[in-house]
Design a binder for this molecule. Structure first.
Ligand SMILES: Cc1ncc(COP(=O)(O)O)c(C=O)c1O
Length: 492
């Protein structure tokens, strides 16, 4: 039950007032609300982008921020979803996860982290100097897919590491499988440590009862979400939600301040503000329509030979606690092609872009913005893909690792390995060495190799056969993977 007037949009109202006042500004941004923007840029991005690009300080609000524009918008968001505190971030969840982790575990402190973490979490481990205790996800060998760990996995890790400061769980995964957040939170709280949920893919979850449970409703202490992914705010919009007393909101704010920008984007704030109002007023109806569309599209896809759509069987098989029905994860292996090929041909021939692809599958995500037209385009493209597949050259065959093969031994603190003296060794000499870089097939960006891990031949075989088959590992020093960056051998 909302306690505040949810029809208010403090950021949008401040932006409108700023534009109506027509303030003459002598501070950033230097484009002066588009006056100095190159017309060729205006032609493409539109004048509105510049007109609404205003700093908070001496722009949306005064020097002391005494109108509390952002605070009010954050309070409205907290009220809308039932969190105790909400903070906006304009630097994506890539930054928010770093701040959230830093609010729970300082440099050198232990944090339990589900190993199917996004590369931004792994970067946080390096930047923050976290001592990670990896909790291994459940590995689904037939699908070659990792699903979130279970409460008992977390319990074992906490029993073995009583000095751990908390746990970071990633749910929903990029492929739509969801964890038993409530069960994991209960275990964390038994050990009196907080649970952080990286819910980057779950911004929509609070706004419809037929969607999987979201972190705050499942007793998590801190939830990070990317509103640009499954919600309606622009890229880089991210939100922290907080409840209980295990994470101090002041500590979280100060640690976020260490990393965040001093020039936050009003476009991000304004669209976050507007999206919250839209969801409060129309979320049930809009997301209800998206769910209905997903049911129709799922039925259509189920009738296409050669495609295997992931669904509720994942729950029956014990791999997921819930699935997000709006995420359509489609295995294309029976067509004799990889997900990479499927995504490329769909873009090139049909102008349809999938969210993510890996060697086995592609994903299409439906949001409140989709409708029958986009649903039909998706089904049409998937049907065409069956014919397209016959014309494609078979790609290389991947050497998939076993579940154990993905659990590399950590022998150094990731930060120490990343900042150590390094050397670039030929890939055939990398097994047995300590990784000094992340190697993450992207998207979805879950590192196979992380700094500080002992590299195995099995992991290398997977990565090198993957790259030959179209896997993209852009952040590696050598994206072709003919060599790997490792910690330099000790000098004799
Ligand atoms: C699980 C997870 N966490 C965090 C992030 C980072 O989010 P952002 O792109 O908003 O920086 C991503 C991005 O894909 C993600 O998949």
């Amino acid at each position: 039950m909302s306690l505040l007037d949810q029809s208010r949009v403090p950021v949008l109202e401040a932006l409108q007032a700023f534009r109506e006042r027509g303030d003459v500004r002598f501070g950033p941004p230097g484009h002066r609300q588009g006056r100095g923007a190159d017309p060729r840029v205006l032609d493409i991005v539109g004048a509105g982008v510049f007109a609404s690009d205003v700093l908070v300080l001496n722009g949306l609000d005064d020097r002391r921020q005494s109108q509390g524009v952002i605070e009010q918008a954050q309070e409205l968001m907290a009220d809308a979803v039932g969190a105790e505190h909400t903070f906006f971030s304009t630097c994506g969840s890539s930054l928010s996860v770093k701040s959230a982790m830093l609010a729970v575990a300082g440099p050198g402190e232990k944090l339990l982290i589900s190993r199917n973490a996004h590369k931004s979490v792994m970067s946080a481990v390096v930047v923050n100097g976290t001592d990670p205790v990896w909790v291994h996800p459940k590995f689904d060998p037939e699908r070659h897919l990792a699903h979130p760990p279970e409460p008992d996995d977390v319990r074992r890790a906490l029993e073995a590491n009583p000095d751990a400061k908390g746990m970071l769980l990633i749910t929903p995964t990029d492929w739509g499988s969801c964890a038993d957040i409530k069960g994991v939170a209960a275990v964390c709280h038994e050990f009196d440590v907080p649970l952080i949920v990286d819910e980057a893919w779950g911004a929509h979850l609070p706004f419809h009862q037929d969607l999987p449970t979201w972190g705050m409703d499942a007793d998590a202490d801190l939830v990070v979400t990317s509103v640009h992914k499954m919600g309606g705010a622009i890229e880089q919009s991210s939100v922290f939600h907080l409840q209980g007393d295990r994470v101090d909101p002041t500590v979280l704010k100060q640690r976020e301040d260490l990393l965040g920008t001093t020039s936050a984007s009003s476009l991000v704030y304004a669209t976050l503000d507007g999206w919250r109002r839209q969801m409060v007023q129309h979320g049930t109806e809009l997301l209800g329509a998206a769910l209905a569309l997903s049911r129709t599209v799922r039925e259509e896809i189920a009738g296409i030979d050669g495609l295997a759509l992931m669904g509720a069987e994942l729950v029956d098989e014990g791999y997921a606690y819930e699935i997000d029905p709006l995420v359509l994860t489609i295995d294309v292996r029976q067509l004799g092609i990889t997900g990479y090929q499927a995504a490329e041909v769909a873009r090139a021939r049909h102008h349809v872009d999938f969210g993510a692809s890996d060697s086995c599958r592609i994903t299409a995500r439906l949001t409140h913005s989709d409708d029958a037209t986009t649903g039909e385009a998706l089904v049409r493209t998937l049907r065409a893909l069956v014919g397209d597949a016959e014309e494609l050259e078979p790609s290389g065959v991947l050497d998939y690792p076993s579940a154990k093969g993905l659990q590399l031994e950590s022998v150094m603190l990731p930060r120490d390995a990343f900042f150590a003296d390094t050397e670039q060794v030929p890939v055939d000499q990398a097994a047995g060495r300590v990784a000094a870089e992340m190697v993450s097939p992207y998207p979805p960006g879950v590192p196979v190799l992380a700094p500080g891990e002992l590299i195995t031949q099995e992991a290398l075989d997977y990565l090198t056969t993957g790259v030959q088959a179209g896997m993209f590992v852009a952040e590696a020093a050598d994206p072709e993977l003919s060599s790997v960056r490792v910690v330099a051998a000790a000098k004799p």
